[in-house]
Ligand binder design. Sequence first.
Ligand code: PLP
Length: 403
Amino acid sequence: MVHRNPDIAKLAGSYLFPEIHRRKLAFLQANPTAKLISLGIGDTSLPIPPASIQGFVEASQQLGDAATYTGYGAEKGHAILRERIAHKLFNGLVNADEVYVSDGAKCDLGRLQILFGRGVTIALQDPAYPVYVDSAVLGGITGGYSRTIAGYEGIRYLPCTPNNGFFPTLTDSSKADLLYFCSPNNPTGAVATREQLKSLVAYAKKHRSIIVFDSAYAPYIQDKTLPRSIYEIEGAREVAIEIGSFSKLAGFTGVRLGWTVIPQELTFDDGSSVKTDWDRVTTTIFNGASNIAQAGGAALLTDEGLAQVAEMINYYNSNARILKEAVLKAGWEAFGGDHAPYLWVRIPQMTSWQAFEWLLNDKHLLTTPGVGFGPSGEGFIRMSALGKRSDVLEAEFRIQNSE
Ligand code: PLP
C-alpha cells in the first residue's frame, strides 16, 4: 500500500470557492430567471490585445513550417522576452539574465517550495491570495489555518486591516525566513507606498529573510510615486524575489505566461547563490513556457502592445471606480480599487458570509467573502472589477438602489 502524502493530508479542505458555487447553485435553483452578476472571480473578461494575437499567429505559423520549426527552447525563456521584461517592465532595474519566464505566477509560487525546502518558516499578509499558504503546506512547511501562532511554528499571519492601513505591523516575533508580500494586493486592493516597502526591505535585512514579492497587479498602479516593483527600493536586490504575470497584464489567464526575478546578489545564509539553485530547479522540473505564449508576450512588450495594455488597464480601473463610487454612495466602506482591480468592501453590521448572502439574494450579485482569504478578512467581501462594463453598470444600479 502507498501512504498518502502527509503534507497533502494537512491541507485545509478547499472550502471557499466550492461553498460559493454551492450557494450560487442553490440560489439559481430557487430563482431560475434571476440575472446573476458575478463580481466574484478574479478572471479577466476583455480579449487579449491584438499585438499579442499577431505574435501567437506568427509563432504558430512558424511551427507549421519545416524551415522555421523549433522544439524545446531555453528553460529560462526566449532571450527577447527576458530582455523586454527587464527593460520595458522593470526599466532596467533587473538584468535579462535574472528573469525566468514561466507558465504563470501560481506555478512559480509552487516551484519556490522546492527551492526552499521543508525547514523554512513563512510570514504572510492576512488576508492573502490563498496559494501562498497552500503551496507552503504542500511543500511540507508545518502550518495551520489559525491566527494563533502558538502551535503553528511554520506559518505566521500578519493582520492587514484598515487600522494599520493594510500594511502589517512588523515586530521581531513576526519574523520568518520567507515574507510573502503582494502589492497591489489581492484581495484588499491596497498598494504599499515607497516608505512602507523601504521598511519591509529593512526588516528583511535585519532578520535575514527573503521577501517573495508578488507584483501580479503592478500594471494597475496609476500613481507614478507608488512603487511597481520591490527593486525600486534600495537594497531590495539583496533580499527579494519578485514574481509577475501576463494574466492580469493582458488577459493571459488561459494562455499561461509569467516570470520570476532572482537577482544575482540574493544569497542563502551560507553565502551560496539563490539564483544558481533556481537555475537547477527550473532546468530539472520545467521545460520552458509555451513558445507560442512567449511570442505573444514579446509582441505585447512593444510600444504598440503596451499602448493596448494601457487601454485595457484603463477599462478595468474605470470599472473599479464605478463600483467604488456606488459602494460609497450606498453608505458602505470601500478600500482598494484605485490601483487594483479589487475592492474590499465592508457592509455595516454584517459578517462576510452575511454580506455575501444579502448581496446574492437581494441584489443578485455574486461576490467573494473576505474571510475566505484569511481571518482578518472577516466582515469584508471582495468585489472584482475585471468583468464586462455592462455588468459593472448593472451592478452599480443595483448597489445604489440599496435601502
Ligand atoms: N498572484 C496573485 C496575487 C493572483 O491574484 C494571481 C491570480 O489570481 C496569481 C498570482 C496567479 O497568476 P497566474 O495566472 O500567472 O498564475
